[in-house]
Every structure is written in structure tokens, then in C-alpha cells.
Design a protein around this ligand. Structure first.
Ligand SMILES: [Zn+2]
Length: 316
């Protein structure tokens, strides 16, 4: 029997069909529309699910795993809110999907789910203490501590994107100022860039395209192609990430930090710079802490992992 895995993110929504061994046979995605609310999200999930099942030739899924880039309430089966998908508030997605597909549905925050996937399929295998950090439109983390998933009193543990790394920094979607997410996530990088761009005297590739098309990926590529302004933004970003990861290491004392998310697709050069920034910032034993990259296609595996993990391990 196959598992349907859904990923609801700030830029795209995807659905995959996967097996218990982590193999993925079918995968489709659509862009997240601006202003998407809970009903629209559910309509998109159902339509993607039907299409994926048709392509994979399955009639009934064994179970569904849904990962969401924001706050969730697992007990109520609801997606609560997301700084990057502001139209969604307190929406009971689990019941609706479960009624429609007649299957058990498991919901989890995307970064926590990715940590679960790394624990089952990746470098978290056999590790009792590790942190998965996602660098994407937002920044989040999933934490295994002493062999268990760290949840917190309301299931919100590991929201490392909302620790402040710059007191005078930009406003964050959560209401605070200078959060790691506001400074170094995909959306944070773009926000900082657009804020600084008008004051930059000199030539920059960033003025060669419409502002709306400026993405974190474009900025990082421009920096690596020698664009001076983009390089300034990138250097600051890497510095904030080094501070953030060193804080993560201080709080959780993990054996390993795994970094994933769309921004990590910027290649080895970016990853190595982040690693170096962490090493410069971290002190003592933390400096030798292992840092590695996430499994490729981690979001598909994250969604598929949920029924595997919670199905046999309900209480954690
Ligand atoms: Zn924040």
C-alpha cells in the first residue's frame, strides 16, 4: 500500500506517492497562490492527491502525511497559522482530508517532519540527539533529544527561526524584530535586499530585473558571480546563520546539525560558508560538532515518514 505525502509551503504545494522504504514513485506540485485560505488549500490538496493517485495507479492510499510550513495543532488536527501563508488560520485540515480519502491522516510542521525523515532514512539514523534546521521561505527546526522528538508544551518547540539575532533587525512575521527568520530566510534575504537597494550607490545586477523577480536564489547567484552589493547581503546572511546555528548548538547540545531547505540548493559553496561561519561563532566543544546537509527530496520523505513514525509510535 502506498502513502500520499503532501507539502504545504509558502511558495509551492506538492503531493507525492511513496512507499514504506522511502521510494517515491510520483510527484506533482503547484505554486502556492497569494492569499490562499484553508478552503483553497484543501481544494488544492484534494485535486493534487487525486491526480497523483491517478498517475501512480492507486485507488486507496494506506495513509496520508501532510507537512505544513507553520504552526500546527496535532491534537486538534488543525493548521493554526503561518507567517508565510497568512490567509490560513485555525483550519481543520485533518478531518476534511481523512473524510475525503477515507484514510488516516498525520499532520506535522515541515521542519519537525524532516527531522523524523532524517531519523528514519538519513544521517539522524542511530543518533539520539540531533537538530534538523530548514532554510527556506522561513526558518524552522525539528529536534531529537535523548532519542525522542522534542515537542514542548504546545508542540511548538524548535521554532529556532524566531530567536533574535539582531536587536535592530527587520520586523518578523511573528511580531518580533530581528528574528533569524526575518534576517536570513529566503523571504528575509529578499526583504533586507529591497530595503537596502535604493541606498546602494554603484552598479548591481539586482537593478537589471524587476524588483518582484528578486529572489534569495538570484541574490546568492549574483553574489557568487561577483556582484558587490549582493555579496554584502550574502556575507551578512551567512554571519546571521552562523550565530543562529551556534545558538542552536548551545541550547540543544546535539551530536549533529542537519541543514536542509530550498536555500541549501545554492550549492556547496554556500553550505561550506555557513559551516565556517558556525565554526567561527561556536566555542569550545561545539566547534567540532558535526554539520551535514539534508537528504535530497527531504520534503517528500518528511511527508511519507509521518505515518511510519506516528503509526507505530502514537504517543511521542
Ligand atoms: Zn520571528
Amino acid at each position: 500500500m502506498s502513502i500520499l505525502g503532501f507539502d504545504v509551503g509558502g511558495t509551492k504545494i506538492s503531493c507525492c506517492v511513496g512507499e514504506r522504504d522511502g521510494s517515491v514513485t510520483t510527484r506533482i506540485e503547484r505554486p502556492t497562490s497569494e492569499g490562499m485560505d484553508g478552503n483553497e488549500m484543501t481544494r488544492t490538496l484534494i485535486s493534487l492527491g487525486n491526480e497523483a493517485m491517478g498517475l501512480a495507479g492507486i485507488e486507496v492510499p494506506e495513509a496520508l502525511g501532510i507537512i505544513f510550513a507553520g504552526f500546527i495543532d496535532q491534537r486538534k488536527g488543525m493548521v493554526m497559522s503561518s507567517p508565510n501563508i497568512p490567509g490560513i488560520q485555525n483550519f481543520p485540515v485533518v478531518n476534511i482530508m481523512s473524510d475525503f480519502f477515507q484514510s488516516k491522516v498525520y499532520l506535522e510542521n515541515d521542519a519537525t517532519a524532516a527531522a523524523i525523515a532524517e531519523r528514519i532514512f538519513g544521517s539522524g539514523k542511530g543518533k539520539s540527539d540531533f537538530v534538523y534546521v530548514t532554510l527556506s521561505t522561513g526558518i524552522g527546526a525539528g529536534v531529537f533529544s535523548n532519542g525522542k522528538l522534542l515537542k514542548g508544551s504546545r508542540g511548538l518547540a524548535g521554532e529556532v527561526g524566531h530567536m533574535v539575532v539582531s536587536e535592530s533587525g527587520h520586523q518578523c512575521g511573528c511580531g518580533r524584530r530581528g528574528c533569524l527568520e526575518a534576517m536570513a530566510s529566503g523571504s528575509g534575504i529578499v526583504k533586507r535586499t529591497l530595503y537596502r537597494l535604493p541606498g546602494f550607490i554603484g552598479e548591481t545586477l539586482l537593478r537589471s530585473i524587476p524588483e518582484k523577480q528578486i529572489s534569495a536564489k538570484f541574490i546568492i547567484e549574483a553574489a557568487y558571480s561577483g556582484d558587490r552589493f549582493s555579496k554584502e547581503i550574502l556575507d551578512e546572511t551567512i554571519r546571521y546563520l552562523g550565530i543562529g546555528l551556534a545558538n542552536v548548538a548551545s541550547i540543544y547540545d546535539p551530536q549533529l546539525i542537519i541543514i536542509g531547505g530550498g536555500i541549501m540548493q545554492s550549492g556547496d559553496r554556500f553550505f561550506n560558508a555557513v559551516k565556517k561561519s558556525f565554526r567561527d561563532e561556536a566555542k569550545g566543544v561545539q566547534r567540532s560538532m558535526e554539520i551535514t546537509r539534508a537528504l535530497p527530496d527531504i520534503s517528500d520523505l518528511a511527508a511519507i515518514s509521518l505515518p511510519l513514525y506516528y503509526g507505530r509510535n502514537r504517543k511521542s
